[in-house]
Design a protein around this ligand. Structure first.
Ligand SMILES: [Zn+2]
Ligand SMILES: [Zn+2]
Length: 174
């Protein structure tokens, strides 16, 4: 296949992603483009190991430490949202539209919850100690369907299915 053909059939996503990186003040690199592209579609709130696992086939030279650093840089730059944890436990969300999260206390799976589910309190503009409030979040402490049925952590497949179903519900509700 000629390169012209490849170019015309590729979606414009990489260009869009490169622009996003530049707008966020980040240099455009192969790993950053790949990770940004993955996060755009991944509704499972992945951690660094999940991201590496999903991209390793196409990017064999990608390392776990590059993924960690990239996710942290993305969170700082506002390209993805910090959901939970730090370091090895860091979980991120590439979907920036406002929503809350429910975290299974048994297996740690994270689910999207529609913001309209409960009425959020209106926060003060400032808190003591010179803190400027930029938003308020609600986090639900839950037991997911997979864990509730067996009392043991649900399988990865069950968690993915539930996350997908939950995100579908959330998007049709909004
Ligand atoms: Zn669970
Ligand atoms: Zn989310």
């Amino acid at each position: 296949m000629k390169s012209e053909n490849i170019r015309t059939t590729l979606p414009p996503a990489p260009m869009r992603h490169a622009e996003k990186l530049r707008a966020a003040g980040l240099k455009v690199t192969g790993p950053r483009l790949a990770i940004l592209g993955l996060l755009e579609h991944d509704r499972s709130h992945p951690g660094a190991e999940d991201v590496l696992g999903a991209l390793r086939g196409r990017h064999p030279s990608l390392s776990l430490s590059t993924v960690y650093k990239t996710l942290e840089a993305f969170v700082r730059a506002g390209l993805c949202r910090h959901v939970a944890g730090d370091g090895a436990l860091l979980r991120v969300d590439g979907t920036l539209d406002p929503h809350d999260h429910a975290m299974c206390r048994v297996c740690g799976a994270v689910f999207d919850v529609d913001r309209e589910t409960v009425e959020h309190p209106v926060p003060p503009a400032r808190l003591a100690g010179g803190l400027t409030v930029t938003g308020i979040r609600v986090e639900y402490d839950v037991v997911c369907a997979g864990c509730g049925r067996t009392g043991r952590p649900g399988t990865q497949r069950e968690r993915t299915e539930h996350a997908e179903r939950a995100s579908k519900t959330a998007s049709t509700a909004s």
